[in-house]
Design a protein around this ligand. Sequence first.
Ligand code: GLC
Ligand code: CA
Length: 557
Amino acid sequence: MERTWWKEAVVYQIYPRSFNDSNGDGIGDLNGITEKMDYLKKLGIDVIWLSPVYESPNDDNGYDISNYRGIMKDFGTMEDFDRMLAAAHERGIRIVMDLVVNHTSDEHPWFVESRKSKDNPYRDYYIWREGKNGKEPNNWGSCFSGSAWEYDGQTDMYFLHLFSRKQPDLNWDNPKVRDEVFDMMAWWCRKGIDGFRMDVISLISKVPGLPDGEVGKNGYGDYGPYVCNGPHVHEYLQEMNRRVLSRYDLLTVGECSGVTVEEAKKYASLDGKELNMVFQFEHMDLDGGETFKWNERKIKLTELKQVLTKWQTSLAGKAWNSLYWCNHDQPRMLSRMGNDSPEYREVSAKMLATCLHMMQGTPYVYQGEELGMTNVPFRTLEDFRDIESINAYHELVGQGVFDSDTMMRYLRYKSRDNARTPMQWDDSENAGFTEGTPWIMVNPNYTEINAREELGREDSVFYYYQKLIRLRHENPVIVYGDYELLMPEDESLYVYTRTLDKEKLLVICNFTEEIREMELPEEFKGREGSVMISNYGDIRPEEELTLRAYEAVVFKF
Ligand code: GLC
Ligand code: CA
């Protein structure tokens, strides 16, 4: 396989609002990121993916953009951005921008024009339809509750918004929209950025006719089958690639809701016609996900192994994987598949990290994951800030689908705000994130879980991530080796191998607190092996292994 930097890189995701506040207004900002560049260098990451920093009225925390070429005032200025970019580049760290072009803000000048009249030059930048018998054009529900259509009295028509009503969907079938988007991308590339993470890019091409979807729990139709991987999505991405991506040296990753392995082979094909890699959601959806996220279900390890193994083996040699447990849209994995009790928090955080970072693909670390940050004990609905969570509460409790207590439990377990509380820098007030009042509560466990404490202790989760990242940089087998799952039926152990030429890694992860005996697989018996990394530190490749609570070990043969 061809060696390229983005296959060998580890990416760190920053959610700027919650990373570091430099001016005491309670909101993280660009200068705050610049201040922490040495921290990131120390962790050893190669790339930063920056969640949106563009001008935005913040209906969805910056995922509703009103000016693609300007910086949100909360976050600073374009000069601050340039300084941050330079500070990253000086340290050999690249910057990948979030590209949100399935939709804009309704305050974007294109939409302000578009809604003015049916013959406005910007009318066809968006998706407008006549109502049907005085109702919405079809039964689609928005991802953030309610209908996916908003009525606009000025022209007596509806516009489509798969997300909030302040996020109207762009009409990608209009070549002018594509020209505008590609020009804007090239503008950022000329500025020297190093790539794009493309927000819900799998949704940009809609099936003509926009047929009704299957009705779900909230009474609305599911748009999934008519917008995910739609009829022209590959054509448009190939055009984007020809006109922009192929002209620069970039890392590109598409957030692809509803992507299958077959589709991923097209989006992320190694022939480089579209993107480098995609974010798939199958492992995240095992406990409800996109079909119905609100529950407290636990993911079964056998199912997790089956899904991740399918992605590892099906893309091998054909396309490239991304690897992630956490991002700004997911609760903390440590509280989901690990164990966030004081006794097992660190060891299970390291176990999860080992399991993911030894796979083939480009790993993504979400801010705070490298500290073992956990879900948050939100008290009441007022503690939440996320539009998805708040709307879902009102819709589902209002309709009597759940009572309030049940829905609050589900929010505490699954809300995106679990990932969005401030980064825990130290044990001073507000976790050292701000000198003002933070825009969202700080997780009270910052007094124990914080960067300063971990940087001062050799066996911390931070230094474990640092080691995993270093090992990946030093061992091509971790990047390029073939993956093979062992013991697929085992409900507590995730065991797999990686093979490159004569080198072989055996990865063993105990996903439970039970002590487990395990026989070394036949092919390794009697062979000379060593420990590459382990979260207990004192295990050896013996014929009979005893694995302790959440133990993880990688043997190299
Ligand atoms: C993506 C983003 C999410 C946002 C949505 C709409 O899924 O990751 O945060 O709410 O798109 O832009
Ligand atoms: Ca600030």
